[in-house]
Design a protein around this ligand. Sequence first.
Ligand SMILES: *[C@@H]1O[C@H](CO)[C@@H](O)[C@H](O)[C@H]1NC(C)=O
Ligand SMILES: *[C@@H]1O[C@H](CO)[C@@H](O)[C@H](O)[C@H]1NC(C)=O
Ligand SMILES: *[C@@H]1O[C@H](CO)[C@@H](O)[C@H](O)[C@H]1NC(C)=O
Length: 287
Amino acid sequence: MRTVSKVLLVSVVVAYLAVRWTVPRFDAESLRGARVLVTGASTGIGEQMAYHYARFGAQIVITARREKVLQQVAEKCLSLGAQKAFYISADMANESDPDKVVDFALEKFGGLDYLILNHIGPSPFSMWQGDVEHTRWLMKVNFFSYVQMAWRALNALEQSKGSLVVVSSLLGKMATPFVAPYASTKFALNGFFGVLKHELSMKKSNVSISICTLGLIDTDSAMEKVRGIVDAPAYPATDAALNIIITGATRQPELFYPWFTYIVNLTKDWFPSITNYAIQNSFKYNP
Ligand SMILES: *[C@@H]1O[C@H](CO)[C@@H](O)[C@H](O)[C@H]1NC(C)=O
Ligand SMILES: *[C@@H]1O[C@H](CO)[C@@H](O)[C@H](O)[C@H]1NC(C)=O
Ligand SMILES: *[C@@H]1O[C@H](CO)[C@@H](O)[C@H](O)[C@H]1NC(C)=O
């Protein structure tokens, strides 16, 4: 048994390295002047993506709810080297705001090279207590607005041979406690954009889709939620942001960050009862 698991582990690692080595090289110059729209850019990973794109000399539109914060992020983008930086505040639960944001970017740039869908609404980290309305709202923010923005931008991305990047989560591939509404929205994203990826490829579309599977990232909002309940290592938002940008620029279909999320996704179904035991015991919970 031990030998079998060792062989399995080694083959997984070899498979992973083989995948990594075939990734095309990232050319930072390719982002100079690129027209980029980043959502959820007032804080966390989205904010860090805006700064990386700025350092690469891109033209950026950022969006989130808080206008004052967006203004500060946009100013910092300009000081870091962004060719242009615009901001527009929007509520992604509103039925017309997602279209409004894409139209704003198209109007400012006359086209679009990267659509980076990253925003999420706040959601409690606790046992499901029947709040159906919250789940419905979160579906609008975390899922329906992504679908709407992707569709609105698709023609422009076809014209520019552009890229659509969807920031998802390991919780969109496996179920863990305390995140029922959040995990539902991420599973929905993986389903929808997984299908769209097939269809664009069958249509020989110019647009690449990248789905990013992230583990625990050290953003303020995530850290605040899991403190005292989960004892897992958190990975730096700025590094996650850079990896997402490289994944989009090299038109990779998937990113797993940190790297072991790939292994977790692959092995989670091999020994379900052990996996479930480990998951449930990694949370501090006393009924
Ligand atoms: C969405 O936004 C528009 C314009 O900003 C506003 O007129 C409309 O009432 C909003 N809808 C909801 C449901 O808040
Ligand atoms: C891909 O882009 C080219 C122009 O670069 C365009 O002629 C072609 O129609 C595009 N393909 C699709 C499916 O839109
Ligand atoms: C993630 O896991 C699922 C289910 O085990 C599998 O179908 C999928 O291929 C995995 N993804 C990758 C990129 O290995």
